[in-house]
Design a protein. Sequence first.
Length: 273
Amino acid sequence: MTTTAPQEAFLQAFHAEYPAVTAEAFGRGHAPDGRSSYEILCDQVAGSMRVLDLGCGDGLLLELLARRAGRQLAGVDLSSHSLALARRRPALSEAKLEEGRAQELPFADDSFDACVSHMALMLMSEIEQVAAEVARVLSPGGVLACVVGGGAVGGDAYERFLTLLRRTIEETPASQRIPALGDKRTRSREGLDAVLGPAGFAAVGWETVPIDLSGPVEQVWAAVSSLYDLGPLDRATMERLRKAFFAEVRDMTTSDGHVPCAFKICLATARLR
C-alpha cells in the first residue's frame, strides 16, 4: 500500500458510480472563442501523431484527437468503469487504453510525441514521479499539455455554489469528507515549473481561460454538483444543498430561465528538452 492508496481508492469508487462525470459536466462548456476545454487542449498538440491521454476517463478527449487520420493514440486511467465507456467509442477501436497509474505508466520509453491531461494531473499524488514517467515516455522535444481547474470567475452561480459547498462541508462529519487530492503545485505556473523542471522540461507556458457553463438551473446544477467533494454526501445533505443553490441563484436567473455560470481553466504547456 502506498501513501496515495486512500486518494486513489476514493477516485476509483467515485468514477465507478459516475464514470463519465467530467465529460458530462464540462464537455458542453465553451470559451469566448466557442471551443470547449477539451477542444482547446486538443489544439495544443495539433502537430503530434503519437499522443497519450493521462487520466483519459471516458475517452472524450481521445475521440477529438482521433479526428486526425493516422494518429496513434493511448490512454491510461485508474477507473475500469470509465475505460469501459472509452472502449465503446468506435473512433478509439485502435487506441491503447490501459488501466493504471500515472506514476507507473505501462508504456515504453520514447513512445509519444505529446501527452495531454484534462482535469486529471491536479488530482495526482507523487507528482514528481508522474513528471518523471511522462518525461520517460515522451520523445525529446515532446510536449505536455494540461488543463487544470482555476476556480470561479466571480459574481455568478459557480461562485455562489462554492460558498454554499464550503459551508455544507464544514457542517458534515469527517466520514463525509473526501481525502486531500493531488498536489497544489499543479495549480500554478511556478509550482508546475518546480515539478517539471527537474524532470527535464523547459519553462511552463500558462494561460487562463474562462469557460461558460450558463444554462437552465437544472443544467447548471448538474455541472456544479459533479465536484468530487459532493461524492460522500448523503442524499438528504445533497437535497438541502440543491434547494439552497436554487434559492441562491433565483435573483440572477434571466427572463428566459438561464443562470450565468462560469469557471476558469488554466492551460499549461511544457516541452521536453
